[in-house]
Design a protein around this ligand. Structure first.
Ligand SMILES: Cc1cc2nc3c(=O)[nH]c(=O)nc-3n(C[C@H](O)[C@H](O)[C@H](O)COP(=O)(O)OP(=O)(O)OC[C@H]3O[C@@H](n4cnc5c(N)ncnc54)[C@H](O)[C@@H]3O)c2cc1C
Length: 427
């Protein structure tokens, strides 16, 4: 069997965007650093408002988490609603829950409005109970979600088996607000829409320096500079250091995915026939979904290219076989990994990094809807500070993560051990 190729999303994206390097000095109302969902949504919103916006991306549009993720367009954070309220208080917590509850609608509206070809499928998601404790967790999330107005449905084991094509799960929480996308194509589509609205996007333009000069931001990339009244740092887990600004602090967590070759129609009719995207309640979480071509994509924590790579790869094979024995021998055609920017409280951060400048990061593995919502809101707030445009979370002066490097290793070692132990126990 040949070695698997890399990132499936790069292979199958139907959307394309051209973003040449910055090749002259320029001026703007807003300069955005980072070409993922946060940066592209901000650029789109700024351009739509008639502002002059320049976006600088170190690599290509969607190079970071936005081009590598599972593609689950969730209607909230990883945290259940009561914990968000506990962390932020009733008012601020309620506002964040509401804003993110509307997130998938915003994403799918943008997809429709701009004709983004990203395999958008609003068939909901299934949070799968990996065992009795997982089912209890889902019951709890169901009760909490209902109290906050979320139209969730708790499915029993038989209905879960019918929807997924495997009897491995004890039940599921169905969220009809959510859906799936081809993540890189969505990001490129947002970028293309921003360009159509007048934004200037530059790839292969790693920002090396940020300075404050004569009441404006001066951002340098590749020997050229952008002077702008407002600045948005949207580099998240893929932040590359630049002079003049402190790096956002987060815990880097890795997640890897494995995609089969397209499955025959008879098998596709049995596995996730409704097209829902799924993830489970296990502590070392995993995910499963299909794509438009009929591939099955299994994901789990860990870096498939790192020291635990072999454990993660053989875990993926066993996972596939245990969930869907009929395709135990299916060829894995693509494997790839990505970094997640996690915060200790799992709540995204907006930092004040200077006059009219914000840094947005830390979606903790939930960045498709949140990145779109936060990026849009950040652009509004930066361009019209006098209107006090509401941001989804309160702006902070700083955010500190202690022992972030050690904690990143802890997660990677934990995922490697869990996947290795699953080999020993045959699960
Ligand atoms: C494997 C994986 C699975 C995930 N699954 C899901 C999921 O199913 N659902 C969900 O909602 N979320 C998921 N996430 C999270 C989601 O992908 C991220 O939260 C989201 O993509 C973050 O978007 P962003 O624009 O903030 O950052 P990114 O997409 O990471 O973009 C940041 C960009 O900044 C650029 N950059 C960095 N430094 C510089 C510099 N100095 N100069 C210029 N550019 C720079 C980088 O090159 C990068 O392109 C997942 C993440 C991963 C990695």
């Amino acid at each position: 069997m040949s070695d698997p190729g890399g990132n499936l999303w790069t292979h199958s994206a139907e959307e394309a965007v051209s973003a040449p390097p910055l090749n002259a000095d320029t001026q703007a109302d807003l300069v955005v650093i980072g070409g993922g969902y946060t940066g592209c949504a901000a650029a789109l919103e700024a351009a739509r408002q008639g502002a002059k916006v320049v976006l600088l991306e170190a690599e290509t549009i969607g190079h970071g988490g936005s081009g590598r993720n599972v593609g689950l367009v969730n209607a909230g954070l990883w945290l259940p609603p009561d914990e968000i309220v506990k962390a932020l208080g009733a008012d601020a917590g309620g506002r964040l829950i509401d804003a993110l509850g509307r997130g998938p609608q915003m994403v799918f509206d943008l997809i429709a409005r701009h004709g983004i070809d990203c395999e958008g499928n609003r068939n909901g998601t299934l949070h799968l109970a990996h065992g009795p404790t997982g089912l209890e967790d889902l019951r709890n999330r169901f009760r909490q979600g209902n109290r906050h107005g979320a139209p969730l449905q708790l499915l029993d084991k038989a209905e879960t088996a019918r929807r997924t094509g495997t009897a491995a799960f004890h039940g599921a929480l169905f969220d009809p607000r959510a859906g799936t996308i081809q993540p890189l194509a969505y990001c490129r589509g947002l970028a293309r829409a921003a360009q159509d609205a007048g934004a200037a996007l530059h790839g292969r333009s790693p920002v090396e320096r940020i300075a404050r000069e004569a009441e404006a931001w001066c951002v340098t990339a590749g020997g050229h500079s952008v002077r702008a009244g407002a600045l948005l740092l949207a580099t998240n887990a893929y932040h590359r250091s630049m002079k003049g600004i402190a790096a956002p602090q987060f815990i880097r967590v890795n997640y890897c995915q494995f995609a089969t070759a397209p499955l025959p129609p008879s098998i596709r009719a049995q596995i996730l026939p409704g097209g829902e995207g799924c993830w489970d309640t296990a502590l070392v979480m995993s995910s499963v979904r299909t794509d438009r071509a009929g591939r099955l994509i299994v994901g789990g924590m860990g870096d498939s290219e790192g020291f635990g790579g072999r454990a993660h790869k053989s875990w993926a094979r066993r996972k596939l076989a245990s969930l869907f024995p009929d395709i135990a021998e299916a060829q894995i055609e693509h494997q790839w990994s990505g970094h997640i920017a996690m915060t200790s409280d799992h709540i995204p951060k907006i930092l004040d990094i200077g006059p009219n400048a914000l840094a947005v990061f830390g979606y903790s593995g939930r960045g498709i809807s949140p990145g779109t919502v936060f990026g849009t809101a950040a652009a509004r707030s930066l361009l019209r500070p006098e209107t006090g445009a509401a941001l989804p979370v309160q702006v902070q002066d700083r955010h500190i993560e202690r022992f972030s490097v050690a904690r990143s290793y802890y997660y990677e070692i934990g995922a490697t051990l869990a996947h290795g132990i699953s080999a020993a126990t045959g699960r």
